[in-house]
Design a protein around this ligand. Structure first.
Ligand code: FES
Length: 244
């Protein structure tokens, strides 16, 4: 199986009467039936079934886009998409995790580009094959308006391209489903780079912070973080102050 390796099968813990503590559902993981806890994510279910994920897992929190998954549900003709680390299993689900989506990545020197439609044409010409069918929108596990940012790219509206693709996690599921075979997430990344290099508004606060970084103001704190073990680092991460 692509991306997973069979390990010793996990079992459902039982209570004193030998009854399963957790309600289980039956799913099909890449063609193999498995009983998994009903409240498991797809990623946890794969591991619960005794398989080790060796490709297609990164952050496990819905940020890195490494765990794109296709699945079908009973009585539903559609192929659904989701991130394995955040999508819960359902009774009768049949799924395949997609370790990566093949693509040709444009190679460029950002300093030699211009933030306009010609740049998109040159680096990702397939973008202009878009037929505005909206399949990419339906495929996006982030709920992004992918088609709209591709249309922005076709107009050379780099600011709109950046804005609409900002929350893309680059899982590639849009590219996998696109009938025009566009690589939407790569176009989005190009847009964000072009915007950051050529169009972003000046930010005195950012410039000041960059100066502080260069001057080594945070070197001691970085060194401390690098010395922490995984658990302590995780505790520190979840205890951090977050902007609402
Ligand atoms: S493992 Fe990173 S998004 Fe799922």
């Amino acid at each position: 199986m692509g991306g997973v390796r069979q390990t010793e099968s996990a079992s459902n813990p039982a209570d004193d009467q030998g009854q399963p503590r957790t309600r289980m559902v039956t799913i099909s993981i890449m063609g193999k039936r498995a009983q998994v806890p009903e409240d498991a994510t797809i990623m946890r279910a794969i591991e619960h079934s005794g398989q080790q994920i060796i490709r297609g897992a990164g952050c496990r929190e819905g940020f890195c886009g490494a765990c794109g998954t296709l699945y079908r549900l009973p009585g539903d003709y559609r192929i659904h998409t989701g991130l394995a680390c955040t999508t819960l299993v359902r009774e009768g689900m049949s799924l395949s995790q997609i370790p990566s989506v093949p693509l040709e990545k444009a190679v460029y020197d950002l300093e030699q580009l211009s933030p306009d439609v010609d740049c998109i044409k040159r680096l990702y010409p397939a973008t202009f094959r878009c037929v505005a069918c909206g399949t990419c929108n339906k495929a996006c596990p982030q709920g992004l308006q992918v088609m709209d940012y591709i249309q922005a790219a076709m107009r050379g509206d780099i600011a709109e391209l950046m804005e609409l693709s900002y929350d893309c996690v680059a899982c590639g599921l849009c590219a996998l489903r696109c009938p025009a075979e566009i690589i939407q997430h790569k176009v989005g990344i190009l847009g964000k780079r072009l915007y950051g290099r050529y169009l972003r508004k000046e930010s005195p606060e950012l410039d000041a912070r960059l100066q502080e970084l260069k001057a080594g103001r945070f070197d001691g704190e970085y060194a401390e973080l690098m010395s922490l073990g995984g658990e302590a680092l995780s505790d520190r991460y979840y205890a951090r102050d977050m902007e609402q």
